[in-house]
Write a protein that binds this ligand. Structure first.
Ligand SMILES: [Zn+2]
Length: 440
């Protein structure tokens, strides 16, 4: 495949390279240059995408999501975080079936691809069914089955997760597996250590929530004499390639530990904004220089799976948190859009260079919200909408063309999916309302 005569944008140094051709061989970028197509017999026979008038950017990374929670979009609004968990989410989620997660994941993956996300780190339940949804739709994903290490029957569930991990490891190079202990506020020190031991034995990474809100830090200090990040440090969870979801209330010392460890943080700005939780995490994290990327969290708190929207919210949240318009500048935030690869331990991911994975997005700026172009990078951060996503390539294959999904796995298309989702929605919010945390 060759993308002809396009304009390359780099988010790492905000550079613009016009009139460029990008040759893709298999699932990698093979060559980048001017005039690769001119009279070259060598490249005849390649599928040609005309990139004139379009901008080529690396595929975006959603570094922390609960994709199946698309099923709960809009189901718990205008409430505090404790009620959100205890009165809604943990009750509704007990009604989820494996097939529900298949359809919910398909819905979220469709939304991500259509908004330019090529790689998602998903932390949820019934990940064997999520795996199938990602396989079917063609997005790249890292899957963690949420582990609690507590509650009824937790050993059997842990065994089931390890079986899933062993069975699906290396089955498809596009789909990787990590272990997903939920958080230090649910998992004991012993269970966290056990997860580290298993991750080493299986040669997989870890994905965990930490320091999402202020009370978690004070409770941890009272109960364990350590911040939640210090708990992860002392149990061995903090290590290269570990995805830390949130770390929003990480102290300066915690940020130092995270930096030393090589772990990365998924910043989910819209979730904090919705809970009315204004805090200066991002300016401090940027100053520390830790590995950072954006995450959507679940669509029940974030409402969309759109990473451009999270980046925009992150900029506004950061500026407001320190009341400084110069904070969280475009040049500091856009690299986080393509920096997810480092957070997931995939350093070549997110760069358009020879040999890097062919996960790419073409942006079409021909819409009123993107004109004029004083500063294309400002337009991307503050003005871009889903309609500007023209083409999406994952693993060397076109998965979105002209703003439409190319291969959708259900015979009845999106209409069939919406129909299934509507049925699930009615069932999970009605049936079997028990107490929270009953069956984890
Ligand atoms: Zn989360």
């Amino acid at each position: 495949m060759i993308i002809k005569d396009t304009t390359l944008l780099s988010f790492s140094n905000l550079s613009i390279r016009e009139n460029t051709d990008v040759l893709i061989e298999g699932n990698r970028i093979a060559k980048i240059g001017e005039g690769l197509c001119k009279g070259e017999q060598l490249y005849s026979g390649h599928e040609v995408i005309n990139g004139r008038g379009l901008y080529l950017i690396p595929g975006l990374v959603n570094a922390h999501a609960h994709t199946g929670m698309t099923l709960l979009r809009g189901a718990a609004e205008d409430i505090k975080i404790d009620d959100w968990f205890n009165k809604y989410i943990w009750i509704y989620e007990q009604n989820l079936t494996p097939d529900d997660v298949y359809f919910g994941t398909l819905l979220g993956a469709a939304e991500m691809l259509l908004s330019g996300v090529t790689l998602v780190a998903d932390h949820y339940f019934f990940m064997d069914r999520a795996w199938q949804a990602y396989k079917d739709i063609g997005i790249r994903a890292d899957l963690s089955w949420a582990l609690f290490g507590t509650g009824d029957n937790w050993q059997a569930k842990y065994r089931q997760t390890l079986d899933f991990t062993e069975k699906h490891l290396n089955r498809d190079p596009r789909l990787t597996i990590s272990l997903g202990p939920h958080s230090p506020y649910i998992c004991s020190d012993d269970f966290l250590k056990e997860c580290v031991k298993q991750a080493e034995a299986l040669k997989v990474k870890l994905h965990i929530h930490v320091s999402e809100e202020k009370n978690q830090v004070s409770r941890s200090l009272e109960e364990r004499g350590k911040t939640p990040v210090e708990v992860l440090h002392s149990t061995g969870i903090l290590r290269p390639g570990t995805i830390l979801a949130h770390a929003y209330y990480a102290t300066d010392e915690d940020l130092g530990l995270i930096k030393q460890s090589g772990a990365g943080v998924a910043h989910c700005a819209k979730t904090y904004l919705k809970f009315g939780d204004l805090h200066d995490f991002l300016p401090r994290a940027l100053a520390t220089g830790i590995n950072l990327a954006f995450g959507t969290d679940g669509p029940c708190s974030n409402n969309t799976m759109n990473i451009f929207e999270v980046a925009r919210d992150a900029a506004l949240l950061a500026k407001s948190s320190v009341q400084d318009a110069e904070s969280a500048a475009i040049k500091n935030l856009l690299p986080l859009l393509s920096g997810g690869g480092r957070v997931l331990g995939l350093p070549a991911y997110g760069e358009i260079i020879q040999g890097s994975p062919a996960d790419l997005v073409l942006i079409d700026p021909a819409s009123p919200n993107m004109q004029p172009e004083h500063n294309i990078f400002a337009n991307i951060l503050y003005s871009l909408g889903q309609r500007n996503i023209h083409t999406v390539i994952v693993d060397g294959k076109v998965v979105v063309s002209n703003g439409k999904l190319v291969n959708f796995p259900l015979a009845g298309g999106m209409a069939e999916l919406y129909n299934e989702i509507a049925k699930i929605k009615n069932r999970i919010t009605r049936a079997g309302r028990g107490g929270p945390m009953q069956s984890y």
